[in-house]
Write a protein that binds this ligand. Structure first.
Ligand code: OOB
Length: 542
């Protein structure tokens, strides 16, 4: 076991290998095998990048050459590299280059800002940070310069586009290099990358996923979602997120020899023309986007008839919305309830309609163990609602370098405490009923209340703060910060929001609403009652 990343006990690992889940293949080997099989098939289409189309042969070659360039720059096996790229072809070139040398991408989202990025770089001791020059009006190079000045291990900033004072990714030597041949690549049982946890604590957690476990979830997802070499997968959500990456996502498509089409923006007027021109067969959306598409589809002049499967997940989809999606978009809906820590549930393509619209699916693997327990970790009676615990062949046994947190987030026998409240139907499908973790799920984007509270507490006028969710018709939930000011202090809601933005937090974490109160409701034992605050926040305002 590596001290950084807790792993499965030997008996479990043997079982997962014997069952054929873990096949001893790395992502680098997977891509090389596909490139052998389908050298001339198109792997990645990048409409934002002048309509570039890379074949499997080209993607494989590019990844190899960039891997050699990275090696020459001193990036080696086990090194961490924070990757923050929008939905552009270079995402795959970079990630597969890192996979080849056994360096670990740390998957930041384009929305992350200085506070998050500095934390990822410092905590992971990243040696490099890969960005696009500008994205959606934000200059990532300036942020990178500030982070580089502080993060001691960070030696390189690679930029797609105009590098400013950094290194252009395009200038990294891409000559064939025999150093790569003699470089001992990663083992399939090694950690392949670090995903980000949605989190419920003040500090985001890093999730170590191995080649073996992640490739299993991807292969099995392909089977469940009927992805094969003729599929065309539109990547609408940020490519680095676990859902569009692996459920079955871009990696599923690449594993099947299918085509990945990168969608530069999620709005129907960007996505619909691409569905028509690329004959997209499958895509994945969070519920608010699925609703937006469903509203727009009847009025579009674009032909969406190629779309066979729409996956919706990341947050709870209402039954009423679920009923409309399939008929309006002319495709099959698959609900997906997953988590970057592992467990992914899908409704199946042959499930009856009631199951598809009323449940969040059932686990991928026959060896996914699911328990529904009460506050004392005792199993509730069948069909009862409780805390969802899980372990299995692609669910982590611990976060990266977080032993104290792991003691709380995992049971002694290795079940992950998802923080979700769920029940199980007789068919083994799960219904998500709520959440025990202190998190806001803002249309699929996860906000750890404590992280935002810690930032607001830094404001000199603030005595105390509590951040809770408010129900929202469109996003499912939004965030509301209840603030107690210091005596005689004055502050406007906009000033609190501005403060959070200026402290360098992702925009989706900025409280949608700020309310000033004299005191918080408290529980019987004197803790802040977030339950009562949520009830207050949900009341209609005048
Ligand atoms: C996906 O992954 P994360 O890590 O961003 O968030 C996981 C959490 C779950 O624990 C649950 O609280 C919530 O997101 N969630 C859902 C849901 N799907 C995720 N809650 C209700 N209904 C659903 N369908 O969000 C993710 C990862 C892989 C595939 C899909 C989603």
């Amino acid at each position: 076991m590596s001290a950084d990343a807790p792993t499965w006990p030997a008996a479990f690992a043997e079982r997962y290998r014997a069952a054929g889940y873990w096949q001893g293949e790395t992502f680098g080997q997977m891509l090389a095998a596909r490139a052998q099989e389908f050298p001339d098939r198109v792997a990645v289409v990048d409409p934002a990048g002048e309509g570039r189309r890379w074949t499997y042969g080209e993607l494989d070659r590019r990844a190899d050459r960039l891997a050699a360039g990275f090696l020459a720059a001193g990036i080696g096996r086990g090194d961490r590299v924070v990757v923050q790229l929008p939905n552009i072809a270079e995402f795959f070139e970079v990630v597969f280059a890192l996979f080849r040398i056994g360096a670990l991408p740390v998957f930041a989202l384009p929305a992350h800002r200085e506070t998050e990025i500095r934390y990822f770089c410092e905590f992971s001791e990243a040696v490099a940070y890969v960005i696009a020059d500008r994205h959606e009006g934000f200059d990532h190079r300036e942020l990178a310069a500030r982070v580089k000045a502080q993060a001691r291990a960070l030696r390189h900033v690679f930029v797609v586009g105009d590098p400013g004072g950094h290194t252009a990714l395009g200038s990294v030597p891409r000559e064939p290099d025999d150093r790569l041949d003699s470089h001992r690549g990663p083992q399939a049982s090694d950690v392949a990358f670090l995903q980000l946890s949605g989190g419920s604590t003040g500090i985001p957690k890093l999730i170590p996923r191995t080649h073996d476990d992640y490739l299993y979830s991807v292969r099995a997802s392909n089977e469940i979602c009927a992805v094969d070499e003729n599929s065309v997968h539109l990547i609408v959500l940020p490519a680095a997120h676990n859902f569009p990456l692996s459920s079955p996502g871009s990696l599923g498509a690449l594993c099947a020899g299918a085509r990945v089409v990168l969608c530069p923006a999620p709005a129907p007027d960007t996505a619909f023309p691409l569905i028509e021109s690329e004959a997209v067969t499958i895509t994945g959306l969070v519920p608010p986007l699925a609703l937006l598409w469903t509203e727009a589809a009847p009025h579009t002049s674009h032909d969406l008839s190629s779309l066979e499967v729409l996956l919706v997940g990341g947050a709870k989809l209402s039954e009423e919305a679920a009923r409309r999606i399939g008929p309006v978009l002319g495709c099959v809906l698959q609900q997906v309830f997953g988590m970057a820590e592992g467990l992914v549930n899908y409704t199946r393509l042959d499930d009856d309609e009631e199951t598809v619209v009323t449940t969040q699916g059932r686990p991928i693997s026959p060896d996914d163990e699911v328990r529904i327990v009460d506050e004392a970790d005792r199993d509730v009676p069948p069909g009862g609602t409780g805390h969802l615990l899980t372990r299995g062949p692609y669910t982590i046994r611990g976060y990266w370098r977080a032993p104290e947190h792991n003691a709380r987030s995992f049971t002694p026998d290795g079940f992950y405490r998802t923080g979700d409240i769920a029940r199980s139907t007789p068919s083994g499908h799960l219904v998500v009923e709520g959440r025990a973790k202190d998190q806001i799920n803002r249309g699929g984007e996860k906000i750890a209340a404590e992280e935002v509270e810690n930032v607001i507490l830094g404001h000199p006028a603030v005595h105390d703060v509590s951040v809770v969710s408010v129900p929202d018709d469109y996003l499912g939930e939004r965030s509301c910060a209840y603030v107690i000011l210091r005596p005689d202090a004055e502050l406007r809601p906009a000033a609190v929001r501005r403060y959070v933005r200026e402290r360098g937090l992702a925009a989706y974490k900025i409280p949608d609403r700020v309310e000033f109160v004299e005191a918080f409701p408290s529980t019987g034992i004197g803790k802040v009652s977030k339950k009562d605050l949520r009830t207050t926040a949900a009341r209609p305002r005048h």
